[in-house]
Design a protein around this ligand. Structure first.
Ligand code: PFF
Length: 470
């Protein structure tokens, strides 16, 4: 297979572009708000450092050493176990599931760019009404913007690694950093900044419940784009001489830094204008627009810039969610990039329509199962189950299946011997048990003992069925 190679900077921007997304700016502040701030942030930071970093290197290694699509790389690195381990490569399918609701949210953001240019809601209750109306009854607007998001995302991926993915990240990532950096500087000059700092960094340990832990671990995987072959697929196009541990440190650092900057900025604005920190998924769509309105004309400029920045962050992640399946089909079935992008894109587009309809009043009963509707189920199953499961499989694969000597050779210029020993130990004996404990807790919370293996099996079956026989 011929794969165009990223430049070193291009790879860092693309991988950071994948990691920095709606997870950092839309999801992180509201889940942190829901779980009480500091305590949640602490568990999230611990997970990122203790687990995320090791898994990031492992995932990069699989792509870097395999040089193929996700399934092909697993097969190539474990020739003796290739029949079973190739299934782990199908975790790329998770990306299409995530992308279904992710694209709908990018659609809301497009809509809010338009709202910010025209008229912002003047109070929180007006904003809440507008957002609820969009979600629960405005099929047309959501359909239009979800379709637009699908066209943009698929259009970029169509152009390939060099001409599409690398190029767009070169443009959008610096712009995102400028927009967020500028708004953060302004926020840090406001009185409420110190309140935001203590909200985010003063942990109240009574708030640490097992649900908070599961959510924080799931979010760490989600925000770092781990466990579903995005980083793996990008890494197959890495330049040969690259320091993997330094590169992953930069990506993890950028991702965490931007989440914290976005969180501090948002909470400062909310506290400064007396809005609530725990507004759920509507936080940036309800409280924030009303706060921007309060700021006067500067608020309008901020609102437009904020939603444009959020759209950029979302798009650079969305393309990384689509690329693994696109690359897989190209390698495996010899599809053209065009055909592959339309098949994978079509899948997330259609599933996205179902997710979108699940929030609409007329269909919500039909599309609600148990406590959640389809939209929330996809979010929950992917972030809290499939991504940690993908991370678990990757750590076991690199820790126990790929020969140690091959890993040492690949990491020779990236780590000292001691560094390697630590990383290898953590990957084998810390990461898998930690993930298993967290995932088992999940079962006791939702009270269905067999849910994890069931989801695992169902996921593999649907992936295999969808992909056709190999
Ligand atoms: N990391 C992205 C975010 O924080 O929004 C979402 C994401 C992208 C998750 C790619 C998983 C992935 F493979």
């Amino acid at each position: 297979m011929k794969i165009a190679r990223f430049s070193q900077l291009g790879f860092i921007l693309a991988a950071a572009g994948s990691a920095v997304g709606l997870g950092n700016i839309w999801k992180f502040p509201y889940v942190a708000g829901e779980y009480g701030g500091g305590a949640f942030v602490l568990i999230y930071l611990i997970t990122v450092i203790a687990i995320g970093f090791s898994v990031m290197i492992a995932e990069m290694l699989i792509g870097y050493m395999g040089r193929l699509d996700s399934v092909g790389s697993f097969e190539k690195l474990a020739p003796l176990h290739k029949k079973s381990w190739k299934y782990a490569g199908f975790m790329g399918f998770t990306g299409l599931l995530i992308l279904s609701f992710y694209s709908v949210v990018i659609g809301w953001i497009f809509h809010y760019i338009a709202v910010s240019i025209t008229t912002l809601p003047s109070t929180v209750s007006e904003a809440e009404q507008a957002f609820t109306q969009l979600l629960s009854s405005d099929v047309k607007t959501q359909f239009f913007y979800h379709t637009l998001a699908f066209i943009v995302i698929t259009g970029i991926v169509l152009k390939g690694i060099k001409g599409g993915i690398e190029k767009i990240n070169y443009i959008l990532m610096p712009m995102l950093v400028l927009i967020l950096g500028g708004m953060f500087l302004y926020a840090s000059s406001l009185d409420a900044f110190s309140e935001a700092v203590s909200f985010m960094f003063n942990p109240d340990f009574s708030k640490i419940t097992s649900e908070a832990i599961i959510t924080a671990v799931g979010h760490a995987f989600f925000t770092l784009s781990l466990g579903m072959a995005s980083i793996l697929t990008y890494s197959a196009s890495l330049p040969k001489q690259i320091n993997l541990s330094k590169t992953s440190l930069i990506i993890v650092g950028l991702d965490t830094g931007i989440a914290i900057i976005a969180g501090l900025m948002l909470f400062t604005f909310l506290f400064e204008y007396g809005a609530e920190p725990s507004k759920g998924p509507g936080l940036v769509f309800i409280s924030l627009p009303a706060v921007f309105y309060e700021m006067g004309s500067l608020g309008n400029v901020f609102a437009v810039l904020f939603f444009i920045g959020l759209a950029f962050a979302g798009l650079t992640s969305a393309i990384s969610l689509l690329e693994p399946m696109v690359q897989y089909q190209i390698d495996r079935f010899d599809f053209s990039r065009m055909k592959s992008a339309f098949i994978a894109g079509g899948f997330f587009y259609l599933l996205g329509l179902v997710a979108l309809l699940a929030n609409i009043n007329e269909y919500s009963e039909l599309l609600t199962f148990g406590s959640k509707n389809v939209f929330d189920w996809i979010d929950f199953i992917t972030a809290s189950i499939l991504l940690p499961l993908g991370g678990l499989l990757m750590s076991i694969f690199v820790g126990f299946i790929v020969p140690k000597t091959q890993l040492q050779a690949a990491l020779k210029s990236s780590m000292s011997e001691f560094g390697f020993t630590l990383w290898y130990f953590s990957l084998r004996f810390i990461v898998p048990p930690a993930l298993i404990v967290v995932m088992l807790n999940l079962m006791s919370i939702i009270g269905v003992e067999l849910i994890m293996p069931m989801f695992g099996v169902a996921y593999l079956i649907s992936a295999v069925v969808w992909l056709g026989s190999i």
